[in-house]
Ligand binder design. Structure first.
Ligand code: MGD
Ligand code: MGD
Ligand code: SF4
Ligand code: MO
Length: 763
């Protein structure tokens, strides 16, 4: 028998493993003709231009992963699940969530998730379900990583910004390893370009000699958890050596006078010592940054999941602001979004800060960008407080595994009256659910993400299905539409006039639609579902799920006419929006939807000026002077970074561990000196203990680690079925080891990169 040949056709889609969402092309093959036989980068993709990393080649392990759910499931009294039909599932879920709303108010229903690295289209429809239930509190993974930085950006600029690494002279990465984690388009290519150009300079701040640090001109190998001191020292060098961009500061910023005194007397030598770095090297680094024609900066989990995380985000921004690195090529830019990512009301809601500070109902934690900090969710449930969350919808997220303190998180999910999970697989979270509502995989439906951060040309990719969906699962837009209807919040008579208008064409529909949502507040809260039920069925090739994008395209062109016009969406009235939508639906490799120039970046900054002082954080900065640095705790002498990105990690999207070509169990990395001292050999086992748990791990001795620092990868510790029934687990689930109370005082973000730990040899 000869091996089955792949079908010649290349299907255009994207990789769903990180926020870059590189365009890929897939050839189907294998025995059933449905395996991803060949995968290659899509050169026509506007952002990735044919680039992929090693991980995209393994996507078949997602599409054909274990534990797929194909029918709605209901939990029985004995804890096992039974399959039910969709009518029963929708009726019962609506009744149970509706009952919680009617008894305790919509604020007792909590929503978590709405999209992973590859799928935000479904979550966009959730906003209608949330409106129907009167949900007020929600969260997602951004609230355990990015909310501190978002808060700082909102305070200083009123907009999110990113670095232009393609054109910068100096690139600075703080607690980020883009060689593996990406987060910028074609990362490995861009890093190599910077590294090989003698006129450019790559600076990395990381305790580990990462793959990115290996390429760097300057590696500041900071002591774990001391970035706030290091960043403060870097800023202080700029201030004390008078390397400030004075003229630029005078015309583009406000409040420098309130900020500079905090750095004038700061002990650079003392802070460098705390950070474990030679003062000379820190001074040289600050000078290199200050003298560059352009500096692009990105921070990530190394500081965002660490002590003083919001303060570190602030100091990182002061460094490039005080040296004038904003709003010109090679520096930081403000991008134009098609759809804002985080937000008060659904993924389609407005981003930025809520008008006044909102707090979570039980713990009183700050809600940033509409998101309750992930680290307080369990506390908001495990209490007899009258305003506790009593029901939860989890969509496209696995909080029982991915949020801090898995044991407490599981207890919280179990304590809920009702837990509804919308997922493709029977995850750790789904197993705790009362109902599991299955969705088709991201290659079996229309899908997209709103991770569109490029500049000056920004692209959006609506992916067409690669495979037909199996019988059983329903796409998320359909699930949300049915839930809204079952809750009695949307009736056919509300939609009839819109359907009638549609018979007269898109333009008539647009007029009727915008008039209807302006006149009828109830309808305006259901927009995605309204569009899905009216426009949706008329879209070609079953693209009903794209209906919400129609609304987004029109809004975008109304709000950003210049960006849209430069990208080619011209005309009067509804024409640009219509053109953009058509381009999106037909552009199989993605389309450029916005083209800006650098002045657009300034237009997005509140009042056209960057606001430098943040009093809360300046106060925290002052306290660094007397705070004992993170030091050794005799009981837990190691710092564990719990959740490192490696060549073969991808959050929890792959449940099948055989996707990994190396590091199958996700070894604990440890320095040679520590290993020798403890008598642990490479490939050996060690006992790893934190205040929460004790586990046994495989050890990899690595000279990239500094003594006293150990690291575990993210996304491991999922269980999977072995042939014949029993289940096995590969590696350690990092959040068995973490504690939810270890979090930033301001943003509530976790200290996952800085977990106090003990390591001992296993006899
Ligand atoms: N391969 C792969 N890529 C991914 C993902 C994945 O699962 N796998 N996930 C994606 C997601 S969701 C995200 S958010 C990004 C995250 O991307 P990154 O933030 O780049 O990833 P991490 O490896 O978690 O952490 C970055 C670095 O922080 C360093 N670090 C640890 N402690 C400290 C410290 O005290 N100070 C400093 N300065 N650095 C420290 C670590 O050594 C590590 O190199 O990656 C995305 N890309
Ligand atoms: N200790 C520690 N914990 C961490 C981290 C760390 O570094 N250390 N990293 C954190 C970070 S940065 C992040 S972003 C989070 C990520 O953690 P999560 O937010 O939980 O994200 P994923 O692991 O990507 O899980 C996505 C879920 O979506 C499901 N899914 C896949 N496709 C579809 C679909 O089409 N529809 C639906 N409805 N579901 C789908 C998958 O089965 C999976 O259950 O983990 C965090 N947890
Ligand atoms: S950089 Fe790698 S993991 Fe990220 S989207 Fe591209 S191919 Fe996928
Ligand atoms: Mo993330």
């Amino acid at each position: 028998m000869s091996a089955p040949q792949p079908n010649e056709e290349w299907h255009k889609t994207a990789c769903i493993l990180c926020e870059c969402n590189c365009g890929v092309e897939i050839q189907l093959g294998g025995p059933g003709g449905d395996r991803f036989a060949r995968i290659r980068g899509d050169r026509a993709h506007p952002a990735s231009q044919g680039y992929t990393c090693n991980k995209a080649m393994r996507l078949d392990h997602y599409q054909h992963g274990p534990d797929r759910v194909l029918q709605p499931l209901r939990k029985r009294a004995d804890g096992t699940f039974e399959e039910i039909d969709w009518d029963t599932a929708i009726r019962e879920v609506a009744a149970r969530l509706g009952a919680v709303r009617d008894t305790y108010g919509g604020e007792a229903v909590f929503y978590y998730g709405g999209g992973g690295q590859g799928n935000h289209l479904g979550g966009a429809y959730a906003s209608a379900t949330l409106s129907a239930l009167g949900v007020r509190y929600r969260s997602n993974a951004l609230a355990q990583e990015k909310t501190g930085e978002m808060w700082v950006q909102a305070k200083m600029m009123g907009t999110s910004v990113r670095g232009d690494f393609e054109h910068c002279e100096v690139a600075l990465f703080v607690g980020k390893n883009p060689w593996h984690s990406h987060g910028l388009p074609r990362a490995r290519h861009t890093l190599r370009e910077i590294a090989k150009d003698p006129d450019r300079c790559l600076i990395v701040i990381d305790p580990r000699r990462t793959e990115t640090a290996e390429l760097a001109d300057i590696h500041l190998r900071v002591k774990p958890g001391t970035d706030a001191w290091l960043l403060a020292a870097l800023v202080a060098v700029v201030v004390q050596e008078n390397l400030l961009a004075r003229e630029w500061l005078a015309s583009h910023t406000a409040g420098a006078d309130e900020v500079l005194p905090f750095f004038e007397k700061l002990s650079i030598a003392g802070y460098c010592k705390i950070a474990g770095l030679p003062e000379d090297l820190v001074r040289q680094t600050a000078r290199r940054i200050a003298s560059a024609s352009s500096v692009a900066v990105a921070e990530d989990l190394g500081i965002q999941m660490n002590r003083h995380s919001t303060l570190s985000s602030y100091l990182e921004k002061l460094l490039w602001m005080l040296t004038g690195n904003f709003g010109k090529p090679g520096t930081q830019y403000a991008f134009t979004s098609l759809v804002k990512l985080a937000g008060g009301g659904g993924a389609l809601g407005a981003g930025g800060l809520a008008p006044k500070t909102r707090l979570s109902p039980v713990v009183g934690a700050r809600i940033i960008s509409g998101l309750v900090p992930c680290n307080v969710i369990a506390e908001e449930i495990l209490t007899d407080h009258p305003q506790r969350y009593r029901a939860m919808i989890v969509e496209s997220g696995n909080p029982a595994h991915s949020l801090a303190d898995s044991q407490r998180m599981r207890a919280a999910l179990e304590a809920l009256d009702t837990l509804v999970v919308i997922d493709v697989a029977m995850t750790e979270t789904a197993r705790l659910a009362d109902y599991v509502l299955p969705a088709p995989s991201q290659y079996e439906k229309w899908e997209a993400t709103f991770f569109n951060f490029d500049f000056p040309r920004n692209a959006f990719h609506l992916r067409h299905p690669v495979l037909p969906a199996p019988e059983g699962p329903l796409p998320e837009p359909e699930i949300h539409s049915r839930l809204v209807e079952a809750l009695g919040e949307l009736k056919d008579e509300d939609l009839a006039p819109l359907r009638a208008a549609l018979n007269d064409g898109r333009e008539a529909f647009a007029q009727a639609f915008f008039a209807a949502v302006t006149a009828n507040p109830k309808l305006s809260k259901m927009v995605p579902v309204v569009l899905y039920r009216t426009l949706g069925p008329t879209l070609p090739d079953g693209a009903a799920s794209a209906a919400a994008i129609w609304g987004a395209a029109h809004l975008f062109c109304m709000q950003n006419p210049e960006s849209a016009r430069r990208a080619g969406y011209t005309g009067d009235g509804f024409e640009p929006g219509e053109r953009l939508f058509e381009a999106i639906v037909n552009g199989e490799s993605g389309v450029v939807f916005a083209e800006d120039d650098w002045s657009a970046t300034w237009n997005k900054v509140r009042a056209g000026k960057i606001n430098l002082p943040i009093p809360e954080l300046l106060e925290e900065l002052e306290q660094l002077a007397t705070e004992p640095p993170p030091g050794s705790n005799p009981e837990f002498p190691f710092v564990l970074s719990a959740g490192e990105r490696r060549a073969f990690t991808a959050n929890t999207i792959f449940r099948d561990p055989t996707w990994r070509k190396q590091d199958a169990t996700g070894a604990l990395r440890m320095s040679p000196a520590d290993a020798e001292r403890l008598g642990i050999r490479s490939g050996g086992r060690a006992r790893l203990t934190t205040k929460r748990a004790m586990v046994e791990v495989d050890v990899e001795i690595s000279d990239t680690m500094q003594p006293g620092h150990v690291s575990l990868p993210n996304g491991l510790g999922l269980d999977y079925p072995l042939d014949g029934g029993p289940r096995a687990t590969a590696g350690i689930a990092p959040n068995e080891l973490t504690a939810s109370e270890d979090r930033d005082w301001l943003a509530g973000t976790p200290w996952h990169k800085h977990v106090a730990a003990r390591v001992e040899p296993v006899a």
